[in-house]
Design a protein. Sequence first.
Lengths: 320, 293, 252
Amino acid sequence: MYCKDIKLNNREVHRGDHVFSLALKLSAIGLAVLLGLVGIFLFRAALPAIHTQGLRFVTSSVWDPVQDVYGAMPVIYGTVVSSFLAIVIATPLSIGVALFLTEIAPRSIGRVVGFLVEMLAAIPSVVYGLWGIFVLAPWLRRVVEPALGKTLGFLPFFQGPPYGVGMLAAGIILAIMITPTISSISRELFNSIPHIQREGAIAIGATRWEMMRLTVLTSSKRGIIGATILGLGRALGETMAVTMVIGNRHEVSASLFAPGATMASIIANEYAEATSDMHLSALLGVGLALFLVNFTISSIARIFISRGFRWGAIRNGAKG
Amino acid sequence: MKHSFTDYIYRSYRKRKVINAVMYVLLSIAVTLAIIPLLSVFGYVIVQGMPALNLEFFTGLPKPVGEIGGGMANALVGTCTLVLIASVVGVPWGIAVGLYLSEYGKDGRLSSIVRFCADMLASIPSIIVGLFVYALVVLPMKRFSALAGGLALGLLMIPTVSRTTEELLKMVPNHIREAGLALGLPRWKVILWIVLKGSRGPITTGIMLSIARIAGETAPLLFTAFNNRFWQSGLDQPISSLPVQIYTYAISPYDDWHRQAWAGAFVLVLLVFMINIITRLIFAATIRKRQES
Amino acid sequence: MSSVLVVRKLNAWFGHTQALKEISMEFEQNSVTAIIGPSGCGKSTFIRCMNRLHEEVPEARASGEVFLEGKNIYLPEVDPVAIRRKIGMVFQKPNPFPSLSVFDNVAVGLKLAGVKRSAVLKEAVERSLILAALWDEVKDGLHSPGTSLSGGQQQRLCIARALAVEPSVLLMDEPTSALDPISTAKIEELMTELKKAVTIVIVTHNMQQAARISDKTGFFLLGELIECGDTSQIFTAPKDKHTERYITGRFG
């Protein structure tokens, strides 16, 4: 009596499966297509500008929408410097945090601190920007930059009037924002080192720090590089916080106190009010450059990170 | 030989202990330096933002330039609208990709490509996604719209939702799928009704976390949803949103607008923070339940 | 014959669980003592208390007295780092440092201790590798990575590493349980020569191994030392019935 309800017809059953798996496959492929479309669209829209400006696009510093002359050198410079500064500050900090959490902290403190560091990643960029404008920049202008200027003013990095907003502010905010990224990957790396390695070092009479150096840090070198590169990728693309504290001046300057602009910030600033098609195209050219650089760096980072995990596993005794 | 070792060892022993202590201090300093900005941001957001919260903030519209007062009611509603539209796009697509990767793709070539694309989409600067949607939607429509903004945010949701779905479904043991198949259910029903339904809770948690992320996104909205001083008049019109409003007010020269920016930041941070804490608590509770069972 | 290591009323806990109860034992100089017992009886915990490795685990602690050459290493003013040079340890799974060469692996303890002169290091490395019966096999490849050796060789490398700092006692925690029979036999062969240089305490779950290589044996059960004495006596005429049941394979 029940048999009537059961789908004994194989074809019907298979059709349902077929449709379903096709739908899933399409959405998966759609993702890849989407990514490709983004790249293609950027390229096509940027072509007019690249065509007319040529190499000048990346070498010239003149950005004049009125005259339709677009040299993106200052924003490239600004992006590189602010991101580099962010990495220099964030990497040792993040590795220190990761070591603290995996090797030193007692469980309760470790949980709280770990949670707080992860919350750094949850704060929206615009809120960082707000804080940057009204808290960080004034502090830099009144306290830090004058002090740096007095002590290290012989270096070109610390010369010039202290604006507060500028490259240094951008670098610091970026460093804060990428610290959770680098430190969480590092933590995973460190935790993947088998405990017996650490015990071997301790048994030979190493101090805690020597143990960290001998086992955890040396085995994680590759992965840490990957984590740093990933952080760099994030710093390159960060928009709002940087736009709000970098001062938005289209200039190349050696000093960290000087205002500047990044690729992302110039797009954010000028897009809505872009006057001519060529202007838009130039901005999209900057966007394309940003996309390509980010793409390359993220890919390299992922290779390093996955190798970092595998390397550690192999070297730490999967042999023999 | 033993004696010569003892000399060496005694001399350097002190130095090693000192270095060890110094490293402890340095590591603690690193942690402190990392946490100070967090506490500072939280502190200022609370101290500056909370006093500025009043009924007008939650119910009033922005006043014209230069006038004191007004609120962010339209921005609050706007963010909700955008998040809703984003979820309509991002959740199904993200779950579909996650399902594909965990149930059908496994380790094929296509899967690695798709996974790679999801990772790349996760690391693209959000402003670029905004540019893309601008060309795709805003230009043809010849105006900024809530739909465009929602679409941009939805695209940004896909990688997180997909990764959450994939990882959670991978944790479902195979014998559950086999039990479903053994009952005579077609594979797609097994996946949807048994496997997916079973992980409903954690996946919802993952979705909530990705909502927390996109609720704070500003850059992609700048040229998709743009901004609107008034109530939204249709999904094909520009729409105000909390992050964009905060940004606009923050870079303006008006003190009153700065005050409101802090208030908006307070609401935004509170929302994000609450979602994070709630999801964490749920996560901890599910782990505890699993351990007990 | 003097006792190089004396344990008096040693207790150890993991959180609230007591793993060792009032253990008292003595280890004579240049002897090999085997610690046997079923899984979970506390034998690993016991030797990890000898070099104060036990307390490195969170929420683990120990009390009692352990006298190394007459000095109590559990006094509050004693630094665990310092005593680990005098009491070395070899682990169950070979764990050479992956980033270091064979030479550097053996020398690491000395380098950490501040020995810098390469002549001194070279001599110490060669001596330790000879003692660990590994010298002939690696003398031409001292700078290849430590992990490029086979499992049995890696374990002898770890033995050499522990010997390089000239400890008085060498603790071995089931050193051959992860190795193949041939490597196991090679390491067992070393024991007779090795004990002339250091006093050995070896934990083993393999009773035949204990009977083969040790002078004295201690039988542990549920955290207590049930019986301790000459190996021949323990294995032929055990005094305690639990010992007898374990030896004859009734449990464990």
